[in-house]
Ligand binder design. Sequence first.
Ligand SMILES: [Zn+2]
Length: 413
Amino acid sequence: MALQPSRTVEELRELRELTGNEDGAQRVAWTETWEQARAWLRGKLEGLPVEHEVDEAGNQWFTLRGASDKALLIGGHMDSVPNGGWLDGCLNVLAGVEVLRRIAEEGEPPVTVRLVDWADEEGARFGRSLFGSSACSGTMDDQEEIRNRTDANGVRWEDALREHGVDLDRAKESGRQLGHAAAYLELHIEQGPVLESMGLPLGAVIGTFGVERHLITWKGQAAHAGSTPMDQRRDALAGAAKLALEIRPIAARAGGGAVCTSGGVVTKPGIVTSVVETAEQLLDQRHMDADTLARMLAEAKEASERFAAEENVEVSWDRIWHIQPILFHDELVTMADESIREVAGQSHRLPSGPLHDAAEVARAGVPTVMLFVQSLRGLSHTKLEDTKPEHLELAVQALDRLASMALAWVAAE
Ligand SMILES: [Zn+2]
């Protein structure tokens, strides 16, 4: 019995039946339905010679011992957003299950192979993503903030964690899991429109974008909409509006897949009879190259000062959040390309806009790569999320090929 990619598609449908409803997937982390999905996953691995363990951060590990302790990791996440899609996260895990079955069938592998189901990738209930993988990678440095976060019903995150067997103060001890990790592979749906627009089923991911997120506050003067002449206004919204358009040429000049988004503007007083006094504008900028990202930010700041002078308003910037670009491992990216070409003929290299657990593993210094499979219409985090079954099967095959190459690579090192 060799690899059966169609079994993965059947199992994904089975999981959808079990943990979804007419609104989509409901496997929100730290809920009953999520635990049910995780128990179902354990059932799928019964009968294989794998050891099961849940670590201090709630990550679920399945270990197939090999001749060496050096480990090849394959990962994904069983949790979903509320009303989510049927593939985000669980495709990665279930494709990993199929690859693990194939490897186990061939006897003891040369190195240890481990499947990890990361806890709470989405952060849907408490508003902070990558819980399990950031605890494991050691980058989690906001325990106090996590402790006191609450969900929509006022339940504290720390208490919800405890209910699911996780002691927040010990979560980072899960870092020991990466002790022998020699490579990490993750398959994911693209969640964007690039591969579909190119007519390609699969792509090799070169890394995850660096992100700069800022709150820009424009301050002018509220004034009567009827009595204030046009040339005597200090209109805060005018500055925000100019910047919202200026980020397009900034992204175009940067090139290389640069994206800039002004995702919201809140104006005060926000009434039809007044010039806007304050405008709070959100800006998100992303690029694969740290220097280019810094230049995009500097250009946006310069432009904002120019517009503030033109409009006779004030502007100030506050950084909300940022992360450096994370590049995946060169040799593994090459292997990912090769595995895709073997199963689908043509490959394409692309960056990932969203962050993934793989980024955390890469930050911990483990050689990492991801495969993307085409998303129809680029949709995700909705029940409309979909990928053609034949592309899902190709994705399982590509992950399997990649796992074989990576296994040989780790063994030879
Ligand atoms: Zn995901």
